[in-house]
Design a protein around this ligand. Structure first.
Ligand SMILES: [Zn+2]
Length: 245
C-alpha cells in the first residue's frame, strides 16, 4: 500500500537517511523531470524520496481527490522509498521564513545526501519560487539553536532537473541514460490522466509524443535511446570514471 505522507515534517518517523530527495512544486513535476532516473536509481537499490510542495490543484480536469489517486498510481510506477506532500498552496507558493523552515524541516527529518530542485529558469511562478525556496531551505537545514525538528543537517549536493514551461534549448551539465526505465517514466506520467490525457489535443504531437521526442533527443546526445538532462551550479564530483559512458 503506497502512502503519501501529508502530516508535516514533525510527524515523520525516524528513517534511514535518503540517498536523494526530489522536491517538486506539483505532483507530476518529479515524474516529468526525472522519472526515468528515479526509477533507475530505485532499481539499483538507492533510497529515493519525492516531496511535492503543493497538491497542484485546482486544474481544469483535476480535483484534490483525483490528483491524490493519480499521485498514488504514479508513485507505484517508480517505487520510491518515501513520498510526501508539504501542504503548501498551489498557485500561491511564496518564499517566507515560515515556508523556508517548513521545507528545511523535511531535509532535517529525511536527511537526503542530495536534493534535486526544478531548473532555475522557468515561466511558472510556483516553479521559480520552489527553486529559490529549496536553495534557502538547504542552507537553513544546517542551523543550530532553532525550533525546527530534527538535528542540523546539510544536503551535500543540490542539482536541478528540467520540468520547465519555457521552450529552452537546454545545455545540460550531464545526462542520465534512461533507456531501460523510460517505459516506467511514461507510465508514471500517464497516471496523471487529468493533466495529460483529458482535454489535451489528440492530434500529434500529443504531450506524450513531445515527452518521447525530448527523451530521444537527450538520449541521442549521449548515443543512447533515451536520456534525462540535469544541471548543476557547482562542479560534479566523481569518485571514479567507471560509471561514465
Ligand atoms: Zn509544476
Amino acid at each position: 500500500m503506497i502512502q503519501i505522507h501529508t502530516d508535516g515534517p514533525d510527524s515523520i518517523e525516524p528513517i534511514e537517511p535518503l540517498d536523494f530527495l526530489v522536491v517538486a512544486p506539483h505532483p507530476d513535476d518529479a515524474e516529468i523531470g526525472m522519472g526515468g532516473t528515479i526509477a533507475k536509481m530505485v532499481n539499483q537499490g538507492m533510497r529515493v524520496g519525492i516531496l511535492d510542495l503543493t497538491t497542484g490543484e485546482p486544474t481544469p480536469f483535476g480535483s484534490e481527490e483525483i490528483r491524490r489517486a493519480e499521485t498514488i498510481k504514479a508513485t507505484g510506477c517508480l517505487n520510491p522509498t518515501w513520498r510526501g506532500n508539504a501542504g503548501l498552496t498551489n498557485r500561491e507558493l511564496v518564499h517566507t521564513i515560515d515556508t523556508r523552515k517548513h521545507i528545511a524541516s523535511y531535509f532535517r527529518m529525511l536527511r537526503p545526501r542530495w536534493v534535486f530542485a526544478p531548473y532555475f529558469h522557468d515561466a511558472h511562478p510556483d516553479h521559480v519560487v520552489a527553486t529559490d525556496l529549496i536553495e534557502a531551505a538547504r542552507f537553513y537545514a544546517k542551523l543550530s539553536k532553532t525550533d525546527m525538528p530534527g538535528e542540523r543537517f546539510h544536503p551535500e549536493r543540490l542539482y536541478y532537473y528540467f520540468c520547465v514551461h519555457l521552450r529552452l534549448a537546454v545545455q545540460p551539465d550531464w545526462i542520465v541514460d534512461i533507456s531501460e526505465t523510460f517505459e516506467q517514466k511514461l507510465a508514471s506520467i500517464q497516471a496523471y490522466e487529468s493533466q495529460f490525457v483529458q482535454g489535451r489535443p489528440t492530434e500529434p504531437p500529443t504531450m506524450i509524443d513531445r515527452l518521447k521526442t525530448d527523451a530521444a533527443y537527450f538520449g541521442n546526445l549521449i548515443a543512447r535511446r533515451y536520456g534525462e538532462p540535469f544541471a548543476t551550479k557547482e562542479p560534479i564530483a566523481l569518485s571514479s570514471l567507471r560509471d561514465m559512458l
